[in-house]
Design a protein around this ligand. Sequence first.
Ligand code: C2E
Ligand code: MG
Ligand code: MG
Length: 523
Amino acid sequence: MSSRLTALTTYCVVAFAVLATLTAAVYASDAVNERQQRQQVDVFSNRALLRAELVTSEADSALRQLMSYPDTPCTNDHMQRLRQVEEQFRYIREVASTHDMRLRCSSLHGAVDIALPPPEWTYAGGFTAWHTEVGKRGNERQMLNVRLGNHVVVIDPRFYLDIVPLDDTIKLTVLETQHGAVISSWPHTDDALVRAALQRTGSPYFEGRYYVVERSSRYPIAVVAYEPEDRMRRDVPAQLRTLLPPALVLSAIGTWLVLRWRRTLRTPRNAMLQGIRRRQFVAWLQPLVSLESGRCVGAEALVRWKLEDGTLVAPDTFIPMAESLDLIEPITDQVIRSVFEGVGAMLARRRDLHVSLNLAGKDLAGTRVLQTLKASLARYGVRPEQIWFEAIERTLMDTASSAPVLEAFRAAGHRIFIDDFGTGYSSLSYLQALPVDGIKIDRSFLLSLASGEEMNKIVPHIIEMARSLDLLMVAEGVETEAQAQYLRERGVQFAQGWLYAKAMPADEFLRYLEREAARTRET
Ligand code: C2E
Ligand code: MG
Ligand code: MG
């Protein structure tokens, strides 16, 4: 995937996650709000009903007290009585006396003569009620008049719903239940909705919004409370629209962080550590052939890094990196383990065969590898002389320190070869100073031998030098019979190269040996 496509995909995923989270958060807070608001509606309707009952009970008591007044109306004594009643009851603003359907005197205005308006509703027990308007022009207010017999009490209807409006989005109304007449309501309440609510039997209920109908058990009054229609829900898309720009910016920052984090994860060191953890380093085997008999005498273990997707990475690419990252030791261990798992049992049967392991500089700094190997040799019943080692010249430069280590390897029974011989600083004195069993002639020297002609002066020289020191020789990269012929004639013992076989996985190497054994039996 191109890096731009990766960035775009990551951005989409992050943006989706951010928006999904925000939407969920908005809906969740909406649900919480809604629940709280419904609780408020319950609480408000309850409190409003208590207040409405209190005001109604005052009107009821005041009118019943006045009914029992025995003397002539609108005398000084009667007026005194009216004023007393007005003062006695907190919610009663005015008390008046009627005669022949006219108001004759009142606690506030003294003697008057006003025709009584037709009542808006009547209660059982002889009560009638109507609203009147008071106050100056532009500042009019409605007053509720309740009449029983020859007396009228005037109440400010606001008292019916005189509770602190903690949430002014809630709508509250007090009605009388026989006719559905509205006694008092908070601003912007819809009378039609309230009356419809009164017709319902159950409470609370939901019909586009939440309604509560609280009926009084003492008086023919009820409180209807409801919340604004889906107020929060309607706001959700708007809230999301507001949140979209910051969410997209947030997603961009998130994408940047994710990509940076991925880059950190994909450092060579992390990739290699992961490869080690997942045991992705496996040994392939390339046969080593005796030039004399043409038969396989063993194999060189060549490491391959098998990535998750099956890709094989060649050692030239990652061995130098593993060395510089100080991760070569666990890789060497995995190669050893892989060799034994693959061909350990076969080595125990075929004592004539060996496997040659490549060692890095760090592996040659001490005898750690020997310890690791010891356990595997014992477990599989393989002899130390069946395991050879190869070390490139460069790692053996400091002969003073490498000689004792090589000595320890040889003392344990292993053979040591100098790999890629001729490409470094090889000299006779150097070879003499190192306790090694042989050399591997680097394949670059064999290129010129491809045609069988002796164009290269170095190979004969190397061969001469090795023979004089009694060293074994392995020729690397033998690709043609002519090269093999040339090397055989000059006394090189072993050869390795595509002429015989390329490096292969362990199971394939076992089949290779079986085929060879079958051929030998035939001849
Ligand atoms: P090397 O030890 O000199 O291994 C021989 C290399 O030459 C191998 O490459 C092998 O596949 C290749 N080769 C063999 N025959 C022919 C041939 O006929 N023609 C050509 N053109 N090439 C041939 P490979 O497997 O890529 O290994 C490269 C190098 O990586 C090795 O060189 C060795 O230095 C290093 N290496 C491999 N495995 C390990 C290991 O387990 N540990 C360490 N430390 N180094 C390793
Ligand atoms: Mg090698
Ligand atoms: Mg080599």
